[in-house]
Design a protein around this ligand. Structure first.
Ligand SMILES: Nc1ncnc2c1ncn2[C@@H]1O[C@H](COP(=O)(O)OP(=O)(O)OP(=O)(O)O)[C@@H](O)[C@H]1O
Ligand SMILES: [Mg+2]
Length: 468
């Protein structure tokens, strides 16, 4: 969104229109006016600057909903524009229809200027966040996008650049990093940038294989090598011949198997279990570990093997040491999960982002990814807010409390069957509290709130002046 937001007022009643234009200008925004659907479309088609459209419902040549549909369907010139529909108190149905058609919000007539001001501010701050992330993401795409790996951290860019630079050499690579920092992702990038790209790429999770089957999994076995070995079995080293093998969690390999791996590294040869024929392979080895140096120090990992693996060392940085990546990663995961779930989630509000930026992410990028997946799956709105964060994350934020919403808001409140009302409230304060809580439970949907409380929308609006 440009520095000054531009707002189009669509209203056929001249006096109301001029009043609104005056007000919009007094708030410092650029104001445009139209008195019909066609006039509005004309302005939108010729001006690429308009960010927000506030339209009356009844217009001489159609309705505000027709205009809304047009804007949302055409996405005139590809811009995402927000529409607010002004409805009469009697047209709850139109308000609901407008929201369904993609209106940002509706406002009841006669228009309360404070409310209009608030709606505009909300649209602008949401759009600004989305735009900022979009701009940064575009810059990122240009410079720092290595396949699916997203980063803006200087240190990470260096590491990934080194990985790409050595991808095409056959040198052994050791990738180190805490859980969830992207070790496997980096291994994939190396392979995809190498000439072995279309050759076998075999992944072995050494931690997942029990000691008893590890050797035959890695080296294969001959028929009759042991009871139950009734046919020849080719191991992972053998089937990766010509390509790459990824030895994940290599630190978990028992000492006695480590010497055999050392031989594969040095000589590129081995024998199947129970066999004496030497098998030669042409393989590239990529290994990964979370804490291999510690194991070397404790004597649990052979030092000579460690040196052999450590030809190219790539140490991934924990997410807490590159928090600048968090917004970019969120953006990527939101896009991915929106696509997957068919939801149109546009972004995260600032409070939610603050909580995430403050958190240390012991599970690193994987934990952030899971969090965004959780929020995408459980939310119904376009902008995810702090109330949708998992509880442990909310609790991680000192004095979690935003804009009057307590920790138990939206999704939590939905499961609450009662609310606590402090005993020292006046009737009016209690009433306001009930309205506030019901609004929270309904994700600030005023129509639903009015229905739940069995009062008119008008009353909600009147009370909203007292409730933040
Ligand atoms: N920089 C990044 N950009 C985008 N996605 C990432 C990034 N880093 C990690 N991920 C994603 O996070 C998840 C965890 O990454 P990955 O499996 O590569 O981590 P790992 O270091 O191998 O973790 P573990 O030690 O637990 O096996 C994956 O879904 C991966 O795609
Ligand atoms: Mg891994």
């Amino acid at each position: 969104m440009p520095q000054v937001a531009a707002i189009l007022i669509v209203e056929d009643d001249e006096a109301s229109r001029l009043g609104l234009i005056e007000f919009i200008k007094s708030l410092g925004y650029a104001a445009f006016e139209a008195d019909s659907v066609n006039a509005a479309l004309g302005i939108l088609n010729s001006s690429n600057n308009i960010d927000i459209i506030i339209t009356d419902l009844k217009l001489p040549d159609g309705t505000g909903l027709d205009l809304l549909k047009n804007i949302k369907e055409d996405k005139i010139q590809g811009r995402e524009r927000e529409v607010v529909v002004a409805t009469g108190f009697s047209s709850v149905k139109s308000a609901v229809e407008a929201i369904k058609l993609g209106a940002y919000d509706y406002i009841t007539k006669p228009i309360n200027l404070d409310e209009l001001d608030l709606i505009i501010k909300r649209i602008i701050s949401n759009k600004r966040l989305i735009d900022e992330i979009n701009i940064l993401k575009t810059r990122l795409d240009e410079r720092f996008n290595f396949g699916n790996l997203i980063t803006s951290s200087k240190k990470m860019i260096d590491i990934v650049s080194t990985a790409v630079a050595v991808a095409d050499k056959n040198s052994t690579v050791l990738i180190e990093g805490e859980s969830g920092t992207g070790k496997e992702l980096l291994a994939n990038i190396i392979v995809n940038n190498s000439q072995r790209k279309n050759k076998p790429f075999i992944k072995v999770n050494c931690a997942a294989l029990s000691e008893s089957i590890l050797e035959s999994e890695l080296f294969g076995h001959e028929r009759g090598a042991y009871t139950g070995a009734d046919s020849l079995y080719k191991g992972r080293f053998e089937i990766s011949d010509g390509g790459t093998i990824f030895l994940d969690e290599i630190g978990e390999i028992p000492l006695r198997t480590q010497s055999k791996i050392l031989r594969v590294l040095q000589e590129k040869e081995f024998e199947r279990v129970g066999g004496n024929k030497t098998i030669k392979v042409n393989i590239r080895i990529i290994a990964a570990s979370q804490d291999i140096e510690k194991k070397v120090k404790k004597g649990e990992f052979r030092q000579d093997l460690y040196y052999r693996l450590n030809v190219v060392n790539l140490k991934l940085i924990p997410l807490r040491e590159r928090k600048e990546d968090i917004p970019f990663l969120i953006k990527k995961f939101l896009e991915d999960f929106s696509k997957e779930t068919g939801k149109n989630i546009k972004g995260l509000n600032k409070n939610a982002l603050d909580v995430l930026l403050n958190y240390d992410f012991p599970g690193n990028v994987r934990e952030l990814k899971n969090t965004i997946e959780f929020m995408t799956a459980t939310s119904g709105s376009e902008i995810l807010d702090e109330s949708m964060l998992p509880n442990y994350l909310k609790e991680s934020y000192p004095g979690y409390k935003f804009s009057g919403r307590s920790e138990k808001s939206l999704n939590n409140a939905a499961s609450e069957s009662y609310m606590k009302i402090p005993s020292n409230l006046t009737l009016e304060e209690a009433e306001n509290l009930i309205i506030q809580k019901t609004l929270e439970r309904n994700a600030y949907n005023k129509v639903k709130t009015a229905n739940d409380l069995n009062i008119g929308l008008k009353t909600i609006y009147r009370k909203l002046n007292n409730v933040s």
